[in-house]
Write a protein that binds this ligand. Structure first.
Ligand code: SAM
Length: 217
């Protein structure tokens, strides 16, 4: 009897056929786990998607909110090229330390600036050129605030991605601070005069979830 298909097995299949992690990414996940960080990084296919998106739009400056051990940061930093830059905001000093080591092993330390502290504070310190791409993946309570910050730090044509906007469908039924934050972000996508957005449901090794994407006018 053939095995019942399931989303995690399909992700394994996709990783094998389309391409998954390379040794630096595998080591980043292993060292994050060894350091006790939670296993909440994006999947390999999601990382590939972020890398492809950043490459397709020619992103040279990327802002990430929520670093963890730097797994998604590696995917993003590879896309900006040697002259590009990624700023990534992380609240937990231990997570930032693990991320810095993972980025260094991947040969990307010189193009990534890991900012430690509550993102709402560190975002206020950012100066310089606007960012081409934003990846919002931190405390979901602040998703609406992070989208507002992204609009401020964007140029016309910048792209904003917000992760985990579906959460097993809780986006429609839940009432936690996190869900309220995500709903605020989605509402901005629908209503803000500078945004055009879409949100996609996904299923995979990380369960039933999804991400939202907005183009800044
Ligand atoms: C889902 S994880 C990020 C995963 C990462 N983007 C990846 O895919 O590899 C969320 C991270 O956001 C961090 N975080 C939580 N609240 C934060 C805040 N207020 N400011 C900055 N980072 C925060 C957490 O410590 C955690 O490391």
């Amino acid at each position: 009897m053939s095995q019942q298909p399931n989303p995690a097995a399909v992700d394994d299949f996709l990783d094998a056929v389309v391409g998954g992690d390379d040794p630096d990414l595998t080591a980043a996940l292993a060292d994050s786990a060894a350091a006790g960080l939670p296993a909440i990084a994006v999947s390999a296919q999601q990382g590939r998607f972020l890398n492809l998106l950043a490459t397709a739009i020619g992103a040279r400056r990327i802002l990430e909110i929520g670093t963890l051990g730097g797994y998604s940061t590696i995917w993003l930093a590879r896309a900006v090229g040697a002259d590009g830059a990624v700023v990534t905001c992380e609240y937990e000093p231990r997570h930032a330390e693990v991320a810095r080591a993972n980025l260094a092993r991947a040969g990307l330390a010189d193009r990534v600036d890991v900012r430690v502290g509550p993102a709402l504070d560190t975002l206020g310190e950012l100066t310089g050129e606007p960012f081409d791409l934003f990846f919002i993946d931190a405390d979901k309570e602040n998703n609406g605030n992070y989208v507002q910050w992204a609009i401020r730090l964007a140029r016309p044509g910048s792209v904003i991605i917000v992760d985990n906007v579906i959460r097993d469908g809780e986006v429609t039924t839940g009432d936690s601070e996190a869900i309220r934050g995500t709903r605020a972000a989605l509402q901005l996508l629908g209503e803000h005069p500078r945004l055009t957005g879409a949100a996609l449901q996904t299923v995979g090794a990380k369960g039933w979830d999804g991400f939202a994407m907005a183009l800044v006018k």
